[in-house]
Ligand binder design. Structure first.
Ligand SMILES: [Zn+2]
Length: 175
């Protein structure tokens, strides 16, 4: 049987993508760099690989760590050499986070970003434009939440508190 593999779906590339699916975000260690949409392209380059990454929030200190984790994982899987290009345009957007990635964020207790295209980034409910967006609590689902701080553990996230279950939670800001 003839395997009519497309240029982007050779077995080695498929294996490389499978390896990348196991490289988790250092800040949210439940979502992979693929699910976050950070990995933009993977190209065969001789016996090695060339990976194109688009960093998330500019200046996010995780970028260097992600880059070295990606290289280490691919080299451990037998790809060598592995080179990385950081592609900053078009800029990364939270819209690139896959649906599965957003589900994992919520399961982890982080309110995932809404679609950027909707204007304020999340569905607005009862909130004037200058106020923080209303979010559902990722733990109990209550819409009765308030923003405590525009910045959580990292600049990428805002800190919220659920008034129903009293639990604080983080919100991955739409960008
Ligand atoms: Zn709650």
């Amino acid at each position: 049987m003839v395997n009519a593999a497309s240029p982007t779906q050779t077995p080695r590339l498929a294996q490389a993508w499978a390896v990348l699916q196991t490289v988790l975000d250092p800040e949210v260690p439940v979502v992979s760099v693929c699910e976050l949409g950070i990995v933009r392209d993977v190209l065969l380059q001789g016996s090695g690989l060339h990976v194109v990454l688009t960093p998330t929030y500019s200046g996010c200190p995780a970028t260097e760590l992600i880059e070295s984790n990606v290289v280490a994982a691919l080299e451990a899987a037998g790809f060598s050499p592995v080179s990385v290009t950081l592609q900053r345009a078009p800029a990364w957007t939270t819209d690139w986070i896959s649906a599965e990635g957003k589900t994992k964020l919520r399961d982890y207790g982080i309110a995932p970003p809404g679609p950027v295209a909707s204007g304020e980034g999340v569905v607005m409910r009862f909130t004037p434009r200058h106020k923080a967006p209303a979010l559902d609590c990722p733990r109990c689902g209550s819409a009765n939440t308030e923003r405590i701080s525009a910045f959580g553990s990292t600049a990428c996230k805002a800190l919220y508190r659920c008034l129903a279950c009293k639990e604080p939670f983080e919100h991955f800001k739409p960008l």
